[in-house]
Design a protein around this ligand. Sequence first.
Ligand code: CMC
Length: 433
Amino acid sequence: MPNDAVLKLEGKDYSLPTIVGSEGEKAIDVRNLRAQTGFITYDDGFANTGSCLSDITFIDGDAGILRYRGYPIEQLAEQSSFVEVAYLIINGHLPNPTQRRRFGDLLREHSPVHSDMAHLFEGFPIGSHPMAILSALLNSLGCYYPHLATNRPQEDLANFEEAAAIAISKVRTIAAMSYRKSRGLPYIFPKRSLPYCENFLHMMFSMPYEDYVPTPEVASALNLFLLLHADHEQNCSTSTVRMVASSGANLFASTAAGVCALWGPLHGGANMAVIEMLASIHAEGDDGSKFIENAKSGKGGNRLMGFGHRVYRNYDPRAKIIKASFDKALASLGIKDDPLLAIARRLEEAALKDDYFVSRKLYPNVDFYSGLIMRAIGIPQNMFTVMFAIGRMPGWIAHWKEVASNPKNKIYRPRQVYVGPTKRDFVPLEKRG
Ligand code: CMC
């Protein structure tokens, strides 16, 4: 074919088909490479590997573009809400008023957890990390709803609407309950009358003797945070969800695996790591310049957390939106001078002028400012990555569905280049030196 790639290998020419995506992204189709040539591809960290065809999210990392189902993130941030965007990501289209109402009703219906499930929290020691609790309890949902977790994709898909609503609604209830548990506080039940974000804040911060009522600015800052995290194509946690789903595992098991993958500091854990970094710079009385020098030299394993991205070689558009919404949220909370924010601004300014960061195209990513927003609205630090997980749930669900409903689904099973010892004979214990 005219657009095929030609590979010259050991004196032979091989023709490999090419694929062009709807936004012009080009790929060489290597699915038959090993059968044809005996070679596999090697791509540490999968930086050049397209693992699937997907119609959920488009990113142009060089131009700093992010679109959910074709809609620019800036328009959604300005005009939509997390719940509506969750519907869009999962179903592929914006809901009409009836669909929007039904989706809201399903989320309300599924907001409480099963009373037996509440006992599971008791088994965790005080101080347990809420990410560990979240992952364990999400996975356990399959035990409470066995008809939604058969591990037979066609059967699980038949009840997908219910399973998706349970996952989106309960992730927030479980998150709030794990926080209450970690602080030894009594659980607060969801209220049917409250919208998604207000209900979460109510479960987090109300007391049996007093309701917590957020200002509209705080609720909308949370709404924006969740919306901006709703999907981000083949990142570490979403690829994990797809990998688990490819074996036929149910939605709850697959998304619980996503939570574990999200936890690390190079992925979702970066929002916590940014605050830790800013706090330590503040505690040391550094204006940021010493830290930047260490990050450049890699001294002490330091990196400028919240900077750099595998895909964006430009300003992360989510970071731009969060940064722009800052002043409104801080003003509504009466926060005038946040020393950590001042350090973050100084670090950003210095890094964007520094040749090390400029030449490597390292710009602020979503986590650089998102931790500061969470902190400003009163979310405790060990909950930051949990907040990311709540926001990412619609994306994980949509990717699970894409895998489960693909009639040509193949189990994810990469190959490797073995570099270990060649065959050798076993040596009995007494003969080993
Ligand atoms: N500070 C200092 N140097 C960095 C940083 C950083 N934050 N990020 C990358 N570099 C350097 C890196 O040392 C390497 O330098 P050299 O070419 O001299 O060896 C070069 O830039 C390329 O880095 P890389 O590690 O090959 O890039 P990657 O695509 O594998 O890693 C990343 C991407 C996000 C893991 C990395 O940039 C990083 O560790 N950033 C800090 C953690 C962070 O903010 N993570 C959140 C990502 S956004 C939210 C999400 O989607 O999870």
